[in-house]
Design a protein around this ligand. Sequence first.
Ligand SMILES: [Zn+2]
Length: 254
Amino acid sequence: MTEHEQFAEDLALYALGSLEGDAADSVERHLEECAACRQELARLEGDMALLALTTSGPAPPQRARQRLLKAMGREPRSVRTVFMRRRWWTLAPVFASLVLAIFSILLWREVVRQRDRIEAMRADAAVNQASLEEAKHLLALLTDASAQHVTLVAAKSKPQPAGKAIYMPGNGALVFMASNLAPLAPSKTYELWLVPMGGNKPMPAGMFKPDPQGNAMVMMPPMTAGVEARTFAVTIEPEGGSATPTMPMVLVGS
Ligand SMILES: [Zn+2]
């Protein structure tokens, strides 16, 4: 082994600040006259600074990591050499530095992993945001007072009152839309009824008043979850609603 190669190995320890006494002096003397070793030292020091600082950089310091790991891989030989020259306790800073370097690498990997998770969550949030915007636009269109509602029927026939209930038994969510309803007398309201499957007692499913054109679009208060509907019906009730429907039925659908 030439003197030059021997110093190249000690440079890693020197860069970690763990070379002292005679060994440090001879490395320093060699550095004064060897440009190659000065360059290698600068690289090692740069790598360590990079590792300490780039726990959240845009690109992983792959080059720095590999070179430091390589330098650490040479450690046993260097440590043995140093052992012959020193007492054991002078090596404490070497181990402290190594532990710190390894800890930095582990920390950096964890930060990269967390950053990937955050990126994935951001992508999910963007998709949710897009769905929400779409739903908002749809709701705004359906509920805007200036929107035109046109009911299309068979040609030459007169538009008839009609309603549509959209009901999800699983969670009791209920939306009701109606068109061409007759205007209500004051202190009257339309009331929607749900007749459950396997029962005959209608359950009140919400009240609504159509706009001057006879249209209504309402999100009803949710029903008890798990009730299957056999029939929906609409009646005219006194303001505030009734416990049982008042005949006749204005609309009915099964
Ligand atoms: Zn050299």
